[in-house]
Design a protein around this ligand. Structure first.
Ligand code: ATP
Length: 348
């Protein structure tokens, strides 16, 4: 079991009475790339700022490598926390060169060699004498990352690092950034509101809502077993069916789904479109009403026997046409006891 490099415990922050973080707790294992994902305004940036030491709190504690940096009687300043930060707008110093930007936080006689080493790590050998305005967005981002890594921090925090890049660049930089972070051997927390990005890049995903963490886990685990219907819908397409448990089964319009909840429990069944497998059959009672062919897969809109519509995402090799009658198998489903209010959901 790896140790936790960052432990944030029961952090509360409010701005003029408005709660930004509410009992926020998060442990980040050593060497992990953790993505902190949640909708706009849920407190992601505030959480990063608290860990980095830029934000005062109303309550709570933070330890980095087992040493308390924030607590009732402790508040270690940012520059002493051994945390590197990459800001959303990169925040490069415009009037000094790339090398000077990167070397800004490095002290000691090996400063020049360390700058060269980090520029090589981020793929910017030969760019040292340029100025920030002479770089593309992606290059500026690499300089910001190099600057954060140069003092050899234990942890690097990245706030929406891809938001200034266009879509093709984002995807390329996402892969590169992961490689660089792994090569540097540093623990990283990356904030994003983009669930696809969060799932693609992370070792561990932490989902936030209303100032608190609602689920932490590996990308495949949080996608397949979301903690509640809100997380399910936030992380991907989720079809919801209402029902009641009877004899270990929930009868839904798409079929009968197993559940180990008590008989009589009213539930919501969550099914992802790719968990629905249609088979063309003359005896099928559902009908294909539309298809969208993407190449790698296809979206199929299906009218169920009772008139309800569902969407399935099926492999493109599955030959399926509008007007086909189909039988449906449900490959997987998650059953939730029906809830009226979700923890961490802000009202109003
Ligand atoms: P986004 O994805 O839009 O950047 P976020 O999840 O990072 O959002 P935060 O920036 O942490 O959210 O903001 C959380 C809440 O706190 C928001 O309601 C925001 O308006 C508020 N907030 C943040 N900083 C301040 C501040 N300095 N003064 C007042 N309110 C603030």
């Amino acid at each position: 079991m790896s140790e936790d490099i960052i432990s944030a415990d029961s952090i509360s922050v409010s701005f003029d009475g408005a709660v930004a973080l509410n009992d926020f707790s998060l442990n980040v294992p050593a060497g992990a790339l953790l993505t902190l994902v949640g909708p706009s305004g849920c407190g992601k940036t505030t959480a990063l700022r608290v860990i980095a030491g830029f934000q005062d709190v109303d309550a709570g504690a933070v330890s980095i490598r087992g040493i308390e940096v924030l607590g009732p009687k402790t508040n270690v300043p940012p520059e002493k926390r051994k945390v590197g930060m990459v800001f959303q707008d990169y925040a490069l110093f415009p009037h000094i060169s790339v090398a000077e930007n990167v070397g800004y936080g490095v002290r000691g006689s090996d400063r020049v060699s360390r700058v060269d080493e980090v520029l090589e790590l981020v793929g910017l050998v030969g760019y040292g004498s340029r100025f920030p305005h002479e770089l593309s967005g992606g290059e500026q981002q690499r300089v910001a990352l190099a600057r954060a890594l140069a003092p050899s921090p234990d942890v690097v925090l990245l706030d929406e690092p891809f938001s200034n890049l266009d879509a093709p660049q984002r995807e390329r930089m996402r892969r590169e950034l992961k490689k660089i972070i792994k090569a540097a051997g540093v623990t990283a927390v990356l904030v994003t509101h983009d669930q696809a990005e969060a799932l693609a890049i992370a070792d561990v995903v932490a989902v936030m809502r209303g100032g608190t963490i609602v689920q932490v886990g590996r990308p495949d685990a949080v996608y397949r077993f979301p903690a509640d219907p809100w997380v399910a819908g936030f992380l991907g397409d989720a079809l919801m069916f209402d029902g009641n448990v009877s004899n270990g089964q929930v009868a839904t319009t798409i079929g009968s789904i197993e559940s180990d909840l008590d008989d009589g429990t009213s539930v919501q069944v969550m099914i992802r479109p790719e968990w629905i497998s249609p088979t063309v059959s003359e005896t099928g009672t559902s009908t294909v009403v539309d298809t969208e062919f993407y190449g790698h897969d296809q979206r199929v809109e299906i009218r169920l026997n009772g008139g309800d519509m569902v969407e399935a995402l099926v492999p493109s090799l599955n030959s399926i046409q509008v007007g086909d009658t189909v039988t449906l198998s449900v490959l997987d489903a998650v059953v939730y006891a029906a809830q009226h209010t979700l923890p961490g959901t802000r009202q109003g």
